[in-house]
Design a protein around this ligand. Sequence first.
Ligand SMILES: [Cu+2]
Length: 173
Amino acid sequence: MAETTTIVLTVFLIGAGCIIAFMAAIALSSLGKPLPQEEVSRMGYAARRWWARILGGAVVIAFVVSVPWFPYSRAGVLGTEQHYRVVAQQFSFTLPATVPANAPIVFDVTANDVNHGFGIYDPAGKLVAQVQAMPDYVNHLRVDFATPGKYVVRCLEYCGVAHAQMQTSFEVK
Ligand SMILES: [Cu+2]
């Protein structure tokens, strides 16, 4: 605890020192006669031009660097997945008892009465995927379960008095 306090105090003092030094530098730089307005405008436009170039460059670099992570290369497996129908209704889910692990699958999610939420929790209790379950509409939720085990499904949208009890599970193997 004492160590944390020391770290926080050190970070605060260094940060405060930097801010004070920055303010002092600005105060010192503004000593003397004020600059003419044209000069201030010229400097302002120059700073803005450089800011636009730096930001524009950063956007282009971020775009180029992130190209390998675009999802288009994975489009090849689309259409080959197994589809599983999920129907939500007050206050239960109708869904398959088991789904395969390590294979891309698609849940076709709909509802019989009102809007529900279809939330999938992995064996460790972490939310891994979720989509809305709506009447007269099918949402396609694409998942690929790497870990076999028991997955809990919970309704994630308030749907009536027993909403809090609306949960079930399925097996991934
Ligand atoms: Cu609900």
